[in-house]
Design a binder for this molecule. Structure first.
Ligand SMILES: Nc1ncnc2c1ncn2[C@@H]1O[C@H](COP(=O)(O)OP(=O)(O)O)[C@@H](O)[C@H]1O
Ligand SMILES: [Mg+2]
Length: 247
C-alpha cells in the first residue's frame, strides 16, 4: 500500500535548516493498522503529511497504492490525495459555519461527484459514525468526541484506500478517545489500511504493528499484541515456533 525508501525532508528558513526526516524507510501493507509513536519533533507529522501527499520531499522514493508518487507536482498530488486518502487531525479541522452534512460534503464537492451520490455517501458515513440524526447540527453543538467522529465521516465518505490519523485522540478525554479508537478499529476491520500517530501507549498497543520514530527515522519496530518489544529477527523465530506448535 505504502512504500517509502530513504526519504529526506528538510525545512529551510533563512536562518536554519531542520532535517525533519533523515532516512525514512517504511512499508505498510494493504489492510494493516500501524501506530506511529515517538517524541515531539521526531518527524511523525512530517511523515504523515508526506504519506498523505500534503507535502513534497527532496530525496528518496515513495510508492503509494502501486503508483510512484515521488515526483508529482502540487496539483497532481491533491487529485491523487482526494481519491486515495482520508486524513484525520488532532484538532478535527471542521468548518464551524457548515453543518455536519455540509462538512462531510466538502471533499466530495471538490471531486465534483454528482449530488445524488454525494448525499448517499454523506448519509452512509454519518450513519457509520453514529451521527446520522444530527446532520443539521453545527460542529460547536457537539462534544469533542462527536466532532472527531464527523471528521472521520468526512474521511470515510471519500472511500479512501488509506486512512491517516495524526493524534486523533490527542484533544479528547479517555472515554471519548476510547470511542474514537473503537470506530477506527471497526473501519480497519472493514478492510481500510490505517496509519495512526499517537502519544497514547495503550492505544498504540491495540494496533497491529508499532513503529517508533526518533530524529526523523524509524528507530524501533515491533508487532503489537506481544508483551515485550521484540527485534524483527526474533519475531521470525517466534512466528516459526507458533507455526510448528499448531501443525
Ligand atoms: N513547516 C515547518 N517549518 C519548519 N520546521 C518544521 C515545519 N514543520 C515541522 N518542522 C520541524 O520538523 C521537525 C519534525 O516536526 P514534526 O514532524 O511536526 O514532529 P512531530 O509530529 O513528531 O512532533 C521539528 O523539528 C519541527 O520543528
Ligand atoms: Mg506532530
Amino acid at each position: 500500500m505504502l512504500q517509502m525508501t530513504d526519504i529526506k525532508k528538510i525545512y529551510r528558513t533563512e536562518l536554519v535548516e531542520t532535517h525533519a526526516l533523515r532516512n525514512m524507510t517504511l512499508a505498510v501493507d494493504e489492510g494493516e493498522f500501524v501506530a506511529v509513536t515517538g517524541p515531539s519533533g521526531s518527524g511523525k507529522t512530517t511523515f504523515l503529511n508526506i504519506a498523505g501527499l500534503l507535502e513534497s520531499f527532496e530525496h528518496g522514493s515513495f510508492v503509494l497504492d502501486g503508483k510512484d508518487v515521488s515526483h508529482l507536482n502540487d496539483d497532481e498530488r491533491s487529485v491523487y490525495r482526494n481519491r486515495k486518502i482520508g486524513f484525520i487531525f488532532q484538532s478535527f479541522n471542521l468548518i464551524p459555519d457548515l453543518n455536519l452534512f455540509e462538512n462531510v460534503d466538502v471533499p466530495l464537492r471538490y471531486r465534483r461527484l454528482p449530488a445524488g451520490e454525494r448525499k448517499q455517501r454523506i448519509e452512509n458515513a454519518l450513519e457509520t459514525v453514529g451521527l446520522a440524526s444530527r446532520m443539521k447540527h453545527l460542529p460547536a453543538q457537539l462534544s469533542g468526541g462527536q466532532q472527531q467522529r464527523v471528521a472521520i465521516a468526512r474521511a470515510l465518505a471519500g472511500e479512501p484506500r488509506l486512512l491517516l490519523a495524526d493524534e486523533p485522540t490527542g484533544n479528547l478525554d479517555s472515554a471519548m478517545a476510547g470511542q474514537v479508537m473503537e470506530l477506527l478499529e471497526s473501519i480497519h476491520a472493514g478492510g481500510t489500511t490505517i496509519v495512526m500517530v499517537t502519544h497514547d501507549p495503550d492505544l498504540a498497543r491495540r494496533a497491529g504493528r508499532n513503529i517508533h520514530l526518533t530524529d526523523g527515522r524509524v528507530s524501533d519496530h515491533h508487532v503489537a499484541h506481544l508483551q515485550e518489544e521484540i527485534p524483527r529477527s526474533a519475531q521470525l523465530e517466534t512466528g516459526s515456533l507458533e507455526c510448528s506448535a499448531t501443525t
